[in-house]
Design a protein around this ligand. Structure first.
Ligand code: C2E
Ligand code: CA
Ligand code: CA
Length: 272
């Protein structure tokens, strides 16, 4: 599979999919996440869950990451020239891509080439990448932040990042892991943890996104506890870039919320 993957980029087998993020309050599109797909000639569409870990074992992840960054930078001017109002697109970055400056310089080059504003791109890193004292990674993250790119902490709640690290790296957005969102509908502990993470994010001045939102019940709980944005099948699955473009200026994914956000929603649910 690894040798097949080496041919994926030159063979034009990688595809750029995008998944929208919506405002939890208005239901309107507020951003996209870039998610790579591999169209294998025999295996069909291979999930990144299968091939990204493989790519991470070698320099291939750098090539895949550079490919994604280039496709995102190439896509935005096409949307702009169609007169669409752009929303930021976030790019997932693996630890190995931040061990040296290659990813950053490549992204910087593509952004200049396609005249992309820093506000149109964000970087997603998993919380586990923030742990430890890898100076190269910390330094690259700081330099990406200095370029004006927003930093999103992905899979939040599953790692053990320190609050000091969140602050020193000037993180902008926390993305609550789908694990917690899934447990929201069970009406149990999920709500306590989602609410705690949302309140913590807000106290630190960060925007809070919940991912993997599938049901109306999950959406309503997240709206009540004051989560800012949601991502998940309830709005849309990841779609090919051309389909994503049609969401710009399109209708909201769900009706605006009516009702008042309150504090300590979990108390109410747990005592009920
Ligand atoms: P992730 O960054 O946590 O991405 C979210 C995953 O959840 C995506 O899986 C997405 O399709 C899926 N998802 C979205 N909404 C829902 C929902 O409502 N319900 C459920 N059950 N799932 C939902 P996907 O696209 O298979 O990506 C898997 C992982 O692969 C990503 O997890 C990310 O860690 C990695 N990945 C994807 N593209 C890239 C990339 O370009 N670079 C790097 N380094 N990693 C990538
Ligand atoms: Ca992500
Ligand atoms: Ca995630």
């Amino acid at each position: 599979m690894e040798s097949a993957l080496q041919h994926a980029i030159p063979g034009g087998q990688l595809l750029l999919y995008l998944q929208p993020r919506a405002s939890a309050v208005t239901g309107e599109l507020v951003g996209f996440e870039a998610l790579v797909r591999w169209q294998h000639p025999e295996l069909g569409l291979v999930s990144p869950q299968r091939f990204i870990p493989l790519a991470e074992e070698s320099h291939l992840i750098v090539e895949v990451g550079n490919w994604v960054a280039a496709r995102v930078c190439e896509t935005l001017p096409r949307w702009r020239s169609d007169g669409e109002q752009l929303v930021p697109v976030s790019i997932n970055v693996s630890a190995r891509q931040l061990k040296d400056s290659e990813f950053r310089t490549e992204l910087d080059m593509q952004m200049h080439r396609y005249q992309i504003n820093a506000s149109d791109i964000a970087i997603e890193l998993t919380e586990s990448m923030m742990i430890g004292d890898n100076h190269e990674i910390q330094n690259e993250l700081r330099l990406l932040g200095d370029m004006g790119l927003k930093l999103i902490i992905d899979d939040f709640g599953t790692g053990f990042s320190s609050l000091a690290r969140l602050q020193s790296l000037s993180v902008d957005v926390l993305k609550i892991d789908q694990f917690f969102v899934r447990n929201l509908s069970a009406g149990g502990e999920g709500i306590v943890l989602c609410e705690a993470m949302t309140q913590m994010g807000k106290t630190l001045g960060l925007a809070v996104v919940a991912e993997g939102v599938e049901t109306t019940e999950q959406l309503q709980m997240l709206q009540l506890i004051g989560c800012d944005e949601i991502q998940g099948f309830i709005a849309s699955p990841p779609v090919p870039a051309d389909e994503a473009m049609q969401m710009l200026g399109g209708p909201a994914f769900f009706a605006p919320m009516n009702g008042i956000r309150s504090s300590q929603v979990s108390d109410r649910y747990l005592s009920a």
